[in-house]
Design a protein around this ligand. Sequence first.
Ligand SMILES: [Zn+2]
Length: 291
Amino acid sequence: MPLDLVATSVSEREARRHLDRLVGPRDPFDGHAGMEAAADYVADVLRQLGYPVVEDQFRVEGRWYRNLVASIKGSSSDGEVLVVAHYDTVPDTPGADDNASGVAGLLEVARALAGHRFQKDLVFIAFALEEYGYPGSLHYVQQATARRARIAGVFDLEMIGYTSPIQTAPPGVPAPAVGDFIGIIGNRRSEGLVSLFEEGAARFVPSLPVEGLIVEGNGEDLPVVRLSDHAPFWDAGYPAVMITDTAFLRNPHYHQRTDTLDTLDLPFLRNVAAATAVAAALLADPAHAID
Ligand SMILES: [Zn+2]
């Protein structure tokens, strides 16, 4: 399948359908039923797309939670490509941008790549409890390290649905004045992933502005760049990028009751998911031998 078809098969209408089901309180306390319903929905969609889904369970303060892991084996044992997003929220927010947007994007990437075989394994993960110090991704990374997983790259979709005429940035970080771009944050080990995303987007989703940022170390000097599930992968030495609309640097509804579906820019979300699908396909099959 040519990459232009991968890009165009990502659908705004399908993303909206996912968001209609996902948006609503999904915190592990007051929103527990909503969080479980979101997890069930994600698992159902991935299974309908033909992916086997495994629940990766972990325990926090005496209670069990689950990451949902869907994967397809590659044609060579040449490593793994991960596309991830968290499905929980903080309390008292419907979490449309944070992070129903990322989960809807993940489901659309999964749909765009379904039925194709790549050289590398392709793994989609919906993480629980990112908002609580990311025990879900920490648990997953511990297991990956123990089995010496060869992870070629992680694409972490962390808030991908909001645009604004106004953009702010932390001191010392260059950023455009208008918040219409998607940020791709990597560390030095992940520079190749950032370039891959930029090149794929420029070629196959040219209307999407992309701003890459490489941070030193694992982002310790700029804590805002560590606020998602890619951070445990960085800390374990795996290449990973956070794909983000920059959260509270742009979105005033961050962690508020007003983080609702009607505030999202769905054509933008679609474009980000399309560019992520292209980047994942490029990494999973560098020879573009997609059939
Ligand atoms: Zn988030």
